[in-house]
Design a protein around this ligand. Structure first.
Ligand SMILES: Nc1nc2c(ncn2[C@@H]2O[C@H](COP(=O)(O)OP(=O)(O)OP(=O)(O)O)[C@@H](O)[C@H]2O)c(=O)[nH]1
Ligand SMILES: [Mg+2]
Length: 466
């Protein structure tokens, strides 16, 4: 499928694809119908137009004044076997800022134009090398900061998500054709596929669309860092726990109640995941205005977290109000009770305290002082990774993109109308219409129904050179 109308592919673009700044090597990418001849005009060495595709050549680049600029390696990729599907030359020079700038100047003098952000990937999409979801995943792979986020993005880039969508669409097409068969022969009063069978098929599709749509929460958590709120009474040891996890004296710790006033956020990688820990102001009734603001931020953090570490001092009674609030959170929020200051308690006492907590809590006794036994911290880290594993589920297909989630939400709504229609004997005409609408929403994800506006927003988020 080609979307050539969506880009001006007549010109040849160039950009530095390696990060901005000085590096050992910088790579300049040139793509377009004149990529090879433009490269030749700034190149001393074997004529690139005479070389085979996918070959690398040592030579010299010449600046816009005709002076030698640097020794370089040029690699040619001929259309259509290149990233963009166009003729592409990649020139690797030494990574000085001066050399990079002069090389771009020379290419622009020779007729190339500076690429816009994401324009290489946009051209790859326009030439049908990628669908839109795969192109968006390129940006996610570049941005991924943990193994789990990388795995999801890589799978999407390689087409895992697109294949799943294709399967869903094939099932919908089957459904709509069965519906239409029913319509064509309705006069003759024959039922080709029972409505029960169609309902079953629609239910299956709806279940999968809903699963994908619901995976957005877990998907974004994994992509941006899983939010873990550390909450509890003042002086329970929340900030001590944060410091213990980070292995750093990040937060102020003192025996004064109400030491932490504002939320403190730090990310750290554990196992395959990135976690975002949020230490909060201790919860208590107070007349101090600033502390009240801090406490309302604690509540905000608690409401947004995927995992909650409720820290309590084992020598003090539990905060029943907090436990009540936490157990009312949606089931997918994981609750971990940290029984802190076990150095001041006995094993019997700790066992008894554990009994008092609702079953939804995972309980971990701990001493958050920096000399705490390593295996307590290890147990906490393992518990966090286990929770994240459950959240990630067994599939690598998680939706991490708000645009996709929105389209899936719309698809789900029209599918619910399809089901309602099937179950209530509504005319096939209307049901078919809703199936087509579902198909439309799913097709916008892969960009089969491209809109220039959507494309511009998507690709403008890329860096230049990609
Ligand atoms: N004995 C003992 N003391 C601890 C332990 N953990 C923390 N403390 C002490 O408890 C006091 C309070 O610790 P913080 O980490 O500041 O408590 P917090 O929950 O952040 O308190 P606020 O910020 O006031 O809400 C400090 O004096 C810590 O040294 C522990 O496991 N055992
Ligand atoms: Mg604190």
């Amino acid at each position: 499928m080609e979307h050539s109308a969506l880009t001006n592919a007549n010109d040849t673009i160039c950009a530095i694809s390696t990060p901005a700044g000085v590096g050992g090597i910088a790579v300049c990418r040139i793509s377009g119908p004149n990529a090879i001849s433009i490269a030749d005009s700034i190149w001393h060495g074997r004529k690139l137009s005479d070389t085979d595709s996918h070959t690398a050549h040592l030579g010299e680049v010449i600046d816009s004044l005709g002076q030698p600029l640097d020794q370089a390696v040029a690699t040619t990729f001929r259309s259509p076997r290149s990233f963009t599907g166009e003729d592409v030359v990649e020139i690797a020079v030494h990574g000085s800022r001066f050399v990079q700038r002069e090389l771009l100047n020379a290419l622009i003098s020779a007729g190339a134009r500076l690429a816009e952000p994401g324009e290489f990937t946009r051209r790859a999409f326009a030439s049908g090398r990628f669908d839109l979801a795969e192109a968006e995943a390129v940006a996610d792979v570049i941005a991924s900061e943990s193994r789990a986020a990388h795995r999801i993005a890589l799978n999407q880039m390689k087409g895992g998500f697109s294949r799943r969508l294709l399967e869903l669409r094939q099932s919908l097409v089957e459904l709509v054709s069965l519906m239409e068969l029913e319509l064509d022969f309705s006069e003759e009063d024959v039922e080709f596929a029972s409505r029960e069978k169609l309902t079953l098929l629609a239910q299956e599709i709806l279940a999968e669309v809903s699963r994908l749509h619901n995976s957005f929460a877990a998907g974004t958590a994994i992509k941006d860092g899983i939010p873990v709120a550390i909450v509890g009474d003042t002086n329970a040891g929340k900030s001590s726990l944060l410091n213990l996890i980070l292995g750093d004296d990040r937060a102020i710790v003192s025996d004064i109640h109400g030491t932490t006033r504002d939320t403190i956020e730090e990310t750290i990688d554990i196992g395959d995941y990135r976690f975002r820990f949020i230490d909060t102001a201790g919860l208590r009734h107070t007349d101090d205005r600033i502390e009240q603001i801090g406490i309302s931020r604690s509540i905000d953090a608690l409401n947004r977290a995927s995992i909650i570490l409720m820290v309590s001092d084992v020598t003090q009674p539990f905060n029943a109000e907090l436990i009540d609030r936490l157990t009312q959170l949606p089931q997918q929020v994981a609750l971990v009770a940290i029984l802190n200051k076990i150095d001041l308690s006995t094993a019997d006492d700790i066992a008894q305290r554990t009994q008092q907590l609702p079953a939804r809590f995972t309980t971990l006794p701990l001493c958050a002082l920096s000399h705490a036994a390593d295996n307590q911290l290890e147990a906490l880290r393992n518990a966090l990774v286990n929770i994240a594993d459950c959240e990630a589920g067994t599939t690598d297909i998680l939706v991490t993109n708000a645009r996709h989630a929105e389209a899936l939400g719309l698809a789900r709504e029209s599918l619910q109308r399809v089901l309602h229609g099937l179950e209530n004997g509504i005319s096939g005409d209307f049901v078919s219409q809703d199936i087509r609408e579902t198909l439309h929403h799913l097709a916008t994800i892969t960009g089969e129904i491209p809109s220039t506006e959507i494309l511009s927003t998507i690709f403008s988020r890329f860096c230049i050179g990609k």
